[in-house]
Write a protein that binds this ligand. Sequence first.
Ligand SMILES: *Cc1c(COP(=O)(O)O)cnc(C)c1O
Length: 389
Amino acid sequence: MSKRSGSTALTRVGRPATGWANTPIVKGSTYLFESLGHWRETRVKREHERMLSYGARGNETTYALEDAVSALEGGYRSKLFPTGLAAIAVTLMAYLKAGDHVLIADAAYGPVKQFCVSQLAHYGIEFSYFSTAADDWAACMRPNTRMLYVESPGSLLYDMQDLPAMAAVCKQRDIILCADNTWGSCLSYQPLKLGADVSIVAATKYLGGHSDVMMGVVTTREAVFASIEAASVNFGQVVSAEDAFLVLRGLRTLDLRLQRHAQSALSLAGWLAQQAAVRTVFHPALPGDPGHALWRRDCTGSNGLLSVEFAPGISTARIEDAIDRLELFGIGSSWGGFESLVLPIDVKKTRLSPAANETGYLLRLHIGLEEPEELKADLNRLLSSLETR
Ligand SMILES: *Cc1c(COP(=O)(O)O)cnc(C)c1O
């Protein structure tokens, strides 16, 4: 983890220069000006410079969070959105127009594909997918491809992609490389430093970290920032100061929490991989995972996510009955909070690779901040009940 320098930065970013140690909550819609001249001048300036002018354009609390995330991601500036999905949707609308094509990783977060089918298609924007398993992105590009949309590591199976190789091709062909960095959460993976133009993080996950706030953040290079800024204003995207405050507060312990999540998940992943009822464990920090070499090259850490494929032949009913009896793992959407969660996953509908159709029962685990030995005991009860007939 020597490549990582986030922990000190996390104690400095998004703070007032003097006064309150942490940024307070500022609420407002109307902002008053000294004179009509001042009001006119601000309206001109705010088109290319961040200026307090109206609540829909942000306030001191949201600015502080924007600054914190852009510093951590190594970007020019950031914009905040009410959910991670809103951040993705507005990004696609910001950079694509009728006649353009966007090439999307099959490993991308599922609702992105739903957005393409039910919204992008209405605007004459083409979309198609490439297989992360076949790594065939270059062959899938079209003459009108204007954006390559990736997620590395990908959703559910955490497949790593070679972002620097993609960036080299995108740069040559003037294609926007956009990466969903929710897995990396600003610290463990840094797409902008690996050559991406746009990085999106669902702050709902590890940045907030306490399962009590929804938010998305888009951070870009300077050359492409104006488009996301304009789209954010045009779609009226804004977050509440309370929510921005909660994410800023969560950020202070992000490195500490991620280290604990990652350590517990890696130790449980290694143990699970040796169990008779388990066929595969997906976790890029685990030696032997197909993405391990790229993970070592491009990541400076990991997190609490892992997915398990149960041995084929164990019936779904038995597995689900055992899952229902887990005591420490909650059943529910999302991840990145303090607590452990499980949820069945289905990659058959989304992955292009034929191998995806042959998998056994898949379960996603989010390893929380609980005592790892107690989590292991809970999972051990599940596995034992699958081994006895
Ligand atoms: C959860 C998630 C999102 C969406 O975030 P919401 O805040 O739930 O809308 C986007 N991308 C990835 C990879 C996610 O895991």
